[in-house]
Every structure is written in C-alpha cells, then in structure tokens.
Design a protein around this ligand. Structure first.
Ligand code: ADP
Ligand code: MG
Length: 689
C-alpha cells in the first residue's frame, strides 16, 4: 500500500495514463478507484449540437460559434492576456484568455477554423467571450449530435481529461447490476449500465430538460441506488449496534412508581407510550439509541426522569446533559424536587459550582454512591467518572455536536455502552427521519398536557412598539409576567450585548412601576441563575433576554412573549421562543415585532410562524424554505450524505429503497456488499464515526 489519505484510501494507482500528480488531483475530487469515475456524473450539460451566427448571439446566454481566426496576439495592457478575433459570415467576435498555454496560441493561428463555446457579452473590444471553450475544427466538420457533459472538477484537471478517463472506465470497469430487474421495471428505472452510459453520453434524442433537472429515468435510477446504499449502510449500523453489549435494566417499578404516585399530574397518553417504549429498550442487553421527540412543553423531562430512575432502581447510574447553565439548573431543581422526597440525591455538575462542592460530588459519583447526575457539558469533562453509567440522556440534542454526544457515551465502563436517550423539540421531517436518522428509534410526544391554552401570535410593525410596551404593562399589572427578547445581532457579540443593555434601560424607564430584569450570555453563571430564580419566583415581572432563554426555560406564570426584530430569527428559534409561554392556564400571547423591508425568506418565515403552532408543520415548512442542510448537520452519525438524490424531489423513492435494503440484507447480503463497495469503497467506517 502507498501513502494513505485520511479517509483510509490511497490516491489512484496503476491507471493507464495517470501519474502521481494527476492521481493527487483526482483524490481531491474523491476519485480513488477507476470505479469511482463511473459515479462521477455530470454537473450539467452543454448544447454544442448547434452553431449560432455571431450576429445572433444574445448577451448573457451560452452559445457556440464557429469562425476563422483573423488575428491573435498576446497583449500586455491592461494585463497580460491572449486576444483573438474570430469572424463568421455574420460578424466578428473577440475571445480573451487571461491564463493560456502555448498550445492554445497555436490552435488560434490566423486562418484556422475554430469553435468557441461560452457566454457572449459586450466588452471593451465589442462583443466578446471571456475564457470560451476552444476547439479547432476542419471546415465543415460535423457537429456533435448529443449534449456534452460538464463534470465537477478541480484546478489542473480539464474536462477533456475527465472525459477520457471516464470513457476508459466505462469500458474497463464491471457495470454489473445488483438491483433485480423486476424492481427496476416496477419503478420504471433502467439498469445500471444503461443509466450511467446515458448520463455520460446522452443519446441524441434525450430530453435536454430532463437531463438538466435530473428527472431523466437514468438520473432517477442513480438516485434510487444512492438512497438504497444509504439505507443499507444505516441498516448495517443499526445491526452492528444491536450486537454490542449494554447493561440490562428491567423495570422494577420501585422508584419509577414512587415518582409517579407523587407527581401532581398524571402522564398524558403520549408520555405513557414513550415511557413504555423506553422502558422496554432499557431492559434489553444492547444499547438503546432513541430519540424522544416532542414539541415544546410536551413534557419530555418527566419521561427522562422515569428512565433515569429505571437505571437507578437497578443500581446503575444515569446522567442528563443540557446545553445551557440555565437549563441544566432548571432540570436539576426539578429532579431534586421530585426525587428528594424519595430519598434520592442528584449530583449537579456545572461550571458555576464551587470547587469543594464539586469535588465531593465527583468522588461520590466515582464511587457509585450517587447514581444520578445533571449538568452541562461539564459532565463530559475529564474529572467526571461514572463507572456505572448505564443511561445517558441528552436534552435539546441538536444543540450538541456529534462529538459531545459521543463523549458522554464514553463515560461508562470500557466495553459497556450506555443506553442513549436524546431529546429534541425540533421535529425531524418524515423524509429525514427515514433517511439520515433511520438508525434511531423514535418516540413521539404528539400530545400536550391538558389545561394549556393555545398561544395567540400577533405580528406588529416596529412603528407600534409603544403599544406593545403598554400591553406588557397591562399584563404584568394583572399579575402575569413577560419575556422581552432583544434583536438578534449575529455579526457581533459586543453589539448584541449593547443592544440587550439598551433595551433593558429603555424598558426600565418606560415601565417604572414594574421590576425589570436582564439576562444575557455574558453574565456569570451564578448571576444568570439568580436572575432566572427571581423571575421564576415572580420578583421580576419582565425579563429582558437574549436568546439564552431560547431552550427549555419553564416559568408557567409568564404569558406574554415579545420578540423584537422577529424577521432576523430562524423558524425553529421563533417556535422555541414562543414555546416559553402558553405553559400555564392563562391565555398567552406572542408578539412578533418586525421591521420593514422584509426579505422574501423573512416574509415566508413570519407567515409560517403566524399561521402554525404545530412544531411538525413548522419543521416541514422550514425544510421547504431552507433545505435539509441544517437538519442534516445535527444528524446522529456520519451517515453518507446524498450527492444526487434530493429528499424533497425524490421522496417517492425513499420507501422502495428502504424496503429493498431490508430484503437485500436478509436474502442477498453479497449484492448489498457489492453496492456498498461501489458507492463508498472502504470509507464506510469513517463516515459512521
Ligand atoms: P419540554 O417537553 O418542553 O421539555 P417540560 O418537560 O419542561 O417540557 O414540561 C413542561 C411543563 O409541563 C412542566 O412544567 C412539566 O412539569 C409539565 N408537565 C409535564 N407533563 C405533564 C402532564 N402530563 N400534565 C401536566 N403537566 C405536565
Ligand atoms: Mg425541555
């Protein structure tokens, strides 16, 4: 083996005509094996089947012209460039190259016929093409009769080189088809060989639009195969996890029952279902990997607490990790209030605790005397050892990176994987759940606890800010409380802070009869905690806040949420912020103050948040507006990303791919292996890290 890339692959070796330098460049394109070239598919196509007379070429549109070179020179001003004039029967055109090779100069000698493909525009010398594609031709030479593919490439690898390598690969590499013909014909898809040939060498009568927008059956076949490979690799990850060992934690119904009988409420049907699913997973001897998905306020915390108690009643440890100090402390207080009467202590690990308190707790966690811990990412830091950790719960999981979630998992004993419960209020749209998240089991809380009154949402332009201040005054004098969220200033943290302070001062001046508090990310952890506690206790009526309150904060008496410059926030953020109210019995209102002019996206977002209160509907609209990028960014494991298939446009192929993957792994594992080799080569392990 030669030197290996970080991905565990070495650059191409032993291909005809490919030396070390080219091999290195191909590696940048992720082309390591000849087989990779087959799936290096065109980015787009160009139509070189027609010639446009120079006089008819429209500015700003690609065109191909053919003519005779009437002059060619290297000019030095305004900068060094190659300038040629080409003439046909209708007119003359200038072609310029800023970087050029001697060979190009030779092809452009006066009197020769050339074809130029590029965009025409008005230039200093008249109509011109800058860096057109150049092809010398014999007069009267036939035009290509089909579209020309244009490949993704990198510096130093020309289209012609790629085309040559790909053509060779098409002749050399086995184009066997692991997908049964019956499946293909049912879905109206061509075989593999036919599909890749059609994409690399479109037929003269191929529909150019279908090729361009990737709806051609050949594209659909490739996209189906890609989705199938994704399903196969997810399925294998899932099976591999089930082969690992974990502590079996059967429900003993001692502690869990004690908590249930002591709660002031009874569980909703959805909570009961989720608890049963989690409880069954915990009893198994392989690690659970479950996502508990429930809209803001659906009551995920108590479900997590019950799971943690099931670990504790088996003598094992459980940890709950939250993304912010505020949230971690709130969880700690809630668990403490619930569990102290049962005689169970909870460790609280956060950056803000005194060293001495911390060390005592760490020692007791290490010794296994303390079974339950709540904290921020302080939990995953080094001094924390929980040798009997059997359950790791991650709240607002999308706020953590993959690495942080994995680090929590590593806290247990070597060789034993803790069960993982991830919680999120950001629902995963159906197509993503079936693809990028398919190695997770999911429990859904699709029901809110009773007694909630729906939140009314108001859109108000910033000219009416005074009226909004008046509403805050009325609500608070009536015994309620309000959040006032400051405008988001993403570019500058300093400016963000200044805005928060200004807003606080302004509201304090406008509302002298009320106690106004301020909370932002720069406060020390104990200052934040003190402010939150004062707000929760009702000593503060108005809380001016940056988005530090975005997730999880639970103060049921707060019934008014004001968000300034709402047009700057993302949909998920607005939904989370709005979810801070509507937690008690009073009618809650969310006022979104916006400033004109609104961008089209901002307008679309505000419309969605105004019309929808359901988190699932909002998330799927969000997927529409933004595309899957950000959702995928929070995916569980490095599942292969999709190069060709689109979850929106090809969602009809996902279910058939899933079904076939299952069948293939059960009945034809060799074919599954073949597909994985073709698509991901030896990289599957890395992708799943
Ligand atoms: P989230 O799912 O957003 O994390 P929480 O767990 O913070 O929601 O719960 C929101 C509020 O609802 C809390 O005050 C919690 O105690 C309360 N709650 C949870 N489950 C129920 C229930 N079944 N009935 C009534 N209130 C509940
Ligand atoms: Mg929560």
């Amino acid at each position: 083996m030669g030197s290996r890339e970080p991905g565990g692959r070495s650059p191409a070796q032993g291909w005809p005509g490919v030396g070390g330098q080219l091999a290195g460049r191909l590696a940048r394109l992720d082309l390591y094996r000849q087989e990779d070239l087959i799936l290096h598919l065109p980015l787009r196509y160009e139509d070189e089947t027609r010639l446009t007379p120079i006089a008819d070429a429209r500015h700003g549109f690609p065109a191909q012209i053919e003519g005779e070179v009437v002059s060619c020179e290297v000019t030095l001003r305004p900068r060094r460039q190659l300038v040629a004039r080409v003439r046909d029967a209708s007119g003359t055109l200038v072609a310029r190259w800023l970087n050029f090779y001697p060979s190009q100069q030779k092809q452009l000698s006066v009197g020769r016929s050339v074809r130029l493909f590029g965009e025409v525009r008005g230039g200093f010398f008249g109509d011109e093409m800058v860096h057109p594609r150049l092809r010398p031709v014999e007069p009267g030479e036939a035009l290509p009769d089909a579209l020309t593919p244009v490949y993704p490439t990198t510096a130093g690898v020309g289209q012609a080189t790629l085309r040559k390598l790909i053509d060779l690969a098409l002749r050399t590499v086995a184009l066997d088809d692991p997908i049964p013909p019956a499946v293909c014909s049912r879905l109206g898809l061509p075989g593999f060989a036919e599909a890749v040939r059609a994409l690399h060498h479109p037929a003269p009568d191929a529909d150019p639009a279908a090729l361009e927008n990737r709806e051609h059956p050949a594209w659909r076949r490739i996209k189906f195969e890609e989705l199938l490979v994704q399903q196969l690799s997810l399925r294998r990850a899932y099976n591999a996890r089930r082969a690992l060992g974990a502590a079996s934690l059967p429900p003993r119904r001692q502690l869990t029952q004690a908590l249930l009988s002591q709660l002031a409420f009874s569980l909703t049907g959805a909570q009961q279902r989720a608890v049963a699913e989690i409880s069954a997973d915990l009893a198994a001897a392989h690690p659970m990997q479950r996502l508990l998905q429930g809209d803001v306020g659906s009551g995920k915390t108590v479900v997590a607490a019950l799971a943690m108690l099931q670990a504790a009643e088996n003598g094992w440890q459980a940890a709950l990790m939250a993304p912010t100090e505020i949230l971690a402390e709130q969880h700690y207080r809630k668990l403490h209030d619930w569990l102290a009467p049962l005689g169970i202590e909870v460790a609280w690990l956060s950056g803000s605790r005194k060293k001495r308190e911390r060390e005592a707790e760490l020692a007791r966690l290490h010794g296994g005397e303390l079974l339950l811990a709540v904290g921020t990412h302080a939990l995953i830091e080094d001094p924390v050892a929980m040798p009997k950790l059997a359950l790791a719960v991650v709240d607002e999981q999308h706020r953590f990176g993959v690495r942080q979630r994995l680090a929590l998992r590593e806290k247990g004993q070597a060789g034993q994987r803790p069960h993982m419960l991830m919680m999120s209020a950001t629902p995963i749209p159906r197509t993503l759940a079936m693809t990028h998240y398919a190695d997770l089991d999911v429990s859904v809380l699709d029901e809110l606890p009773p007694g909630r009154t729906p939140i009314r949402t108001r859109l108000v332009s910033d000219g009416r800010r005074d009226e909004v201040v008046g509403r805050v005054r009325d609500a608070c004098l009536g015994g309620r409380q309000a959040y006032w969220v400051c405008p988001l200033i993403e570019e500058s943290e300093a400016l963000q802070l200044q805005t928060a302070v200004d807003t606080f001062e302004m509201l304090s001046a406008d509302l002298p009869e009320l106690n106004v508090g301020l909370i932002h990310g720069r406060l020390k952890a104990d200052e934040k905690a003190a402010t939150m506690a004062a707000f929760a206790a009702g000593d503060l009526q108005v809380l001016v806040a940056t988005t530090v309150i975005e997730v999880g904060v639970d103060v049921p008496n707060a019934s008014l949420m004001v968000i300034e410059h709402a047009e700057r926030f993302g949909l998920a953020q607005l939904h989370q912020l709005r979810g801070r109210v509507g937690r008690g019995t009073a009618e809650s209102v969310c006022i979104l103050i916006y400033a004109q002019p609104l961008s089209e996206t901002a307008r679309a977002r505000l419309k969605v948040i105004y019309e929808q209160t359901d988190g699932f509907a909002i998330a799927s609209e969000d997927l529409h507006i933004r595309g899957p990028g950000e959702f995928v960014g929070a995916r569980q494991s490095g599942v292969p990303l999709l190069r060709f298939a689109s979850l929106e446009e090809d969602d009809d192929l996902i279910e058939p791919a899933r079904a076939l993957a299952e069948r293939m792994l059960a009945r034809e594992p060799k074919l599954a292996e073949r597909l994985l080799t073709r698509w991901v080569g030896g990289r599957e392990g890395l992708l799943r890290a």
